[in-house]
Design a binder for this molecule. Structure first.
Ligand code: NAD
Length: 292
């Protein structure tokens, strides 16, 4: 059953050529060996992404033929309509609920009736994303194919992936998602469609608390990151990690945790929101808690 499902995925679509989408596309081409159609609404992001991927492939410990093969497997387009021939699609656009709902409504129209429609959302309920694929909730022909494959950043490095079913997700969809992630060399964990799922439910309050410690003067930036790297043996401190994830993404996830649970323990740090207002989003914008 599982092997059959892996074999079923002959072509992948990825929407969003940002840091996550690009990583997912690269790993799928290199490890799962599937051709990938990368969709982004910005031609500039697409060009930047494909150029980065081509360069990154050259650094891998693979033969020149294997590198050429991986490069040829990645194609870019600004038209979502080009996903008409994919068996599996992974959406990785910014964490804006309505944007994702609109994209899933469109995917239900353009993708083949058997295609799995996966999202990389960090915090938006899968059940709600699945509901956006149909105007008739009784008709689950599209919503049963929606699932979350929540990859970790940076995708080529982190082995873990969270797989989350919505209320409508079928057992076959879940099984295909698990099997395909394994074919990408990842180690899946299954979690419930609950605010923040598992990884962010645990990680984001930790990052948020570090920012609150900074804003209330409990410690300066370097002390906060130093005590956590040197004291808990993690590769980077919480503020540097926030910069790598993107401060806008961290804020969006805290807001969802706060809103969905109504629990004040998830109140986003005021400083985090101010930094996002300033456009200091971390590594991707060149400035966050550190300068890049
Ligand atoms: P990003 O900002 O780096 O990339 C998003 C890309 O989507 C951009 O290239 C943008 O041009 C493109 N885009 C925007 N609107 C689009 C549209 N309508 N159609 C097609 N493309 C569009 O974002 P990211 O950090 O890669 O995050 C993507 C998703 O992955 C989010 O849901 C985020 O929560 C999730 N996620 C992020 C991380 C992380 O550490 N950054 C980790 C796990 C999950």
């Amino acid at each position: 059953m599982a092997t059959q499902n892996a074999a079923k995925v002959k072509r992948l679509g990825v929407i969003g050529a940002g840091q996550m989408g690009l990583g997912i596309a690269l790993v799928a081409a290199l490890k799962a060996g599937v051709p990938v159609t990368l969709v982004d609404n910005s031609q500039a992001s697409l060009n930047k992404g494909l150029a980065f991927a081509a360069k990154d492939i050259s650094k891998k410990r693979i033969t020149p033929d294997q590198a050429d093969d991986a490069r040829l497997k990645l194609t870019g387009t600004t038209s979502i309509g080009e996903l008409a021939g994919v068996d599996f699609v992974i959406e990785a656009v910014p964490e804006i609920p309505q944007l994702k709902f609109d994209i899933f409504a469109k995917l239900a129209e353009v993708c083949p009736r058997h295609a799995i429609l996966a999202t990389n959302t960090s915090s938006i309920p899968i059940t709600r994303i699945a509901a956006a694929t149909t105007k008739d909730p009784k008709d689950t022909s599209s919503s049963s194919r929606v699932v979350s494959t929540h990859f970790m950043n940076p995708v080529p490095v982190q082995k873990g992936v969270e797989i989350i079913s919505g209320l409508q997700t079928s057992a076959e969809t879940l099984d295909t998602a698990i099997t395909f992630c394994r074919a990408m060399g990842k180690i899946p964990s299954v979690s419930a469609d609950s605010p923040g799922f598992l990884a962010n439910r645990i990680l984001m309050p930790y990052i948020n608390e570090a920012v609150i410690c900074l804003e209330t003067g409990v410690g300066d930036r370097d002390s906060i990151d130093s005590i956590m790297t040197n004291g808990t043996n993690v590769p980077m401190g919480p503020l540097q990690l926030a910069d790598f994830i993107g401060l806008d993404t961290c804020l969006a996830i805290m807001r969802v945790l706060h809103l969905e649970t109504g629990d004040s323990k998830y109140r986003p740090s005021v400083l985090l929101a101010k930094m996002v207002d300033a456009g200091w989003l971390g590594k991707k914008s060149g400035k966050g808690f550190y300068d890049y």
